[in-house]
Write a protein that binds this ligand. Structure first.
Ligand code: NAD
Length: 257
């Protein structure tokens, strides 16, 4: 492509999405975000003084996604990169304690959300003559993780979606890759550790130590590490990398908390 990359980051108002949005903005891309948290969107746009634009939208709601893409078309005038980042941790507990509503909500946000955004993004990417889709999966999309059944199921499904879209879209110059982060330092992983600790009857410190011990490098991941892989995958230098699920995780050995 020529000119500034036009990038949409879903759930871009905090956490990993905010880090991704700022990384693309810093390197000169035109960035639009969406997020379901109105206050977080307002905070992000105010802090950014106008260079990043945004829409309040829940990615599991087809009408909201339609409105989001109306904004993308009018504000960015097209699209080169879709980053399907939105995802929730879902309920934590043994399968018999997971309610059908909590299961469906996790799948709706994590999986339906990526489908709904991809189906609206693809015509824009085709019009642009090519582009990239990044689907946020997880190391939980590569293995089992006790007490996280809806989350794990959604993250495995995302890898199937990624590989299939890569096959459908390769001839149009559209590359589709999934990222599988390990546990990323921040608010969300703290909440997940607290919930794990409650279910397992352990202390949060013990759960934290087990998370760190579960990978070969004994580490949590920084959001900036995810941003650098995403930027590489959306650049010319990775022009024939597609259909892949790439981990940033210090090499996960076990997902048990
Ligand atoms: P987070 O919980 O910090 O949430 C980030 C943002 O998502 C929030 O601003 C929230 O309002 C928004 N959001 C939630 N539901 C939404 C919806 N339905 N529509 C639009 N926005 C919504 O999340 P995070 O830790 O930044 O994770 C981002 C992605 O990375 C997710 O897909 C997650 O599964 C994945 N991931 C995270 C980790 C981790 O350790 N944090 C590890 C592996 C994968």
């Amino acid at each position: 492509m020529t000119g500034r990359q036009r990038v949409l980051v879903t759930a871009g108002a905090s956490g990993i999405g905010e880090c991704l949005a700022r990384a693309f903005d810093l390197e000169g891309a035109r960035v639009h975000i969406c997020d379901s948290d109105e206050q977080a969107v307002e905070r992000m746009l105010a802090a950014d003084r106008g260079s990043i634009t945004g829409t309040i939208a829940d990615v599991s709601d087809p009408d909201a996604v339609d409105r989001l893409f109306d904004d993308v078309s009018s504000v960015l005038g097209g699209l080169d990169v879709l980053i399907n980042n939105a995802g929730i941790a879902g309920p934590i507990g043994p399968v018999e304690d997971i309610s059908p509503d909590a299961w469906r909500r996790t799948i709706a946000v994590n999986l339906d959300g990526q489908f709904l955004c991809a189906r609206k993004a693809v015509p824009l990417l085709k019009s642009a003559g090519g582009g990239c889709i990044i689907n946020m999966s997880s190391t939980a999309g590569l293995g089992g993780c006790p007490n996280r059944s809806p989350y794990v199921a959604s993250k495995w499904a995302i890898i199937g979606l990624t590989k299939t879209l890569a096959m459908e879209l390769g001839i149009f110059g559209i590359r589709v890759n999934a990222i599988c982060p390990g546990s990323v330092e921040g608010e969300r992983i703290r909440r997940v550790m607290e919930a794990d600790a409650e279910v397992l009857g352990k202390s949060v410190e013990e759960v934290h130590a087990n998370y760190v011990a579960g990978n070969s490098m004994r580490t949590l991941i920084q959001p900036e590490e995810i941003a650098s892989l995403v930027r590489f995958l959306c650049a010319e230098s990775s022009s024939h990398i597609t259909g892949q699920a790439l981990s940033v995780d210090g090499h996960t050995e076990t997902l048990r908390a």
